[in-house]
Write a protein that binds this ligand. Structure first.
Ligand code: HEM
Length: 173
């Protein structure tokens, strides 16, 4: 009993709190700690499919499946147009300097209604080099571009090479 009294007195001396207040605060801190920990998932136990399962269980529409990019090889410019996102079953493609990239993972940018939808199904080299939304610049023709405009285009190409899978190249009609 003496030990109990000493412990309680020490607690009050060091914390300035009564034992009741001390234990209440400690319990609250434990609850907050557990709640915050519950918001995170241990990387080893992370299951990427879980949110989809949760969406089905809650009767919510499932996010569209993004399939693995398919290699198309040589593609004519006219054929590339079919991959502008108007057919949701087809991948979303875009070309820079004749190289075709699968940009399906950025449907929010290039899909119908997206801010950069006009680039989909096209070689947008000139528009990107000039940072232009003019439909006339939606072409792979880079003739007459200045050194610095070609540099801008080069930066875009590097960004695309890093972010997207190359699935083919444009060939003359
Ligand atoms: C007011 C001017 C603009 C603003 C505020 C703006 C803003 C943005 C933002 C916030 C992103 C998303 C970046 C990311 O999350 O990776 C983006 C992406 C992009 N922007 Fe712009 N932008 C502007 C003008 C332009 C212009 C003029 C062009 C070309 C003609 C352009 C082409 C793009 C492209 C192609 C992407 C997507 C890149 C990707 O696939 O990751 N933007 N922009």
């Amino acid at each position: 009993m003496a030990l109990y009294t000493v412990m309680m007195d020490t607690m009050t001396t060091y914390t300035g709190l009564s034992p009741a207040a001390f234990f209440t605060i400690a319990a609250l801190m434990f609850v907050v700690y557990k709640t915050v920990c519950g918001m995170f998932v241990d990387p080893e136990h992370y299951d990427a499919k879980k949110p989809v399962a949760a969406a089905s269980a809650a009767n919510l529409p499932e996010p569209p499946a993004v399939s693995e990019p398919v290699q198309l090889g040589d593609v004519k410019e006219e054929e590339l147009r079919a991959y502008d996102g108007s057919d949701p079953k087809k991948p979303l493609l875009m070309a820079i300097k004749g190289q075709i990239y699968d940009v399906s993972r950025s449907r929010m940018f290039y899909g119908p209604g997206g801010p950069y939808a006009m680039f989909a199904g096209r070689d947008a080299s000139r528009a990107l080099a000039l940072m232009s939304f003019d439909p006339q610049d939606l072409t792979g023709n880079t003739e007459g571009l200045s050194e610095s405009e070609l540099e801008v285009l080069q930066d875009w190409e590097l960004k695309f090479m890093e972010k997207y899978v190359k699935v083919g190249q444009l060939v003359p009609q």
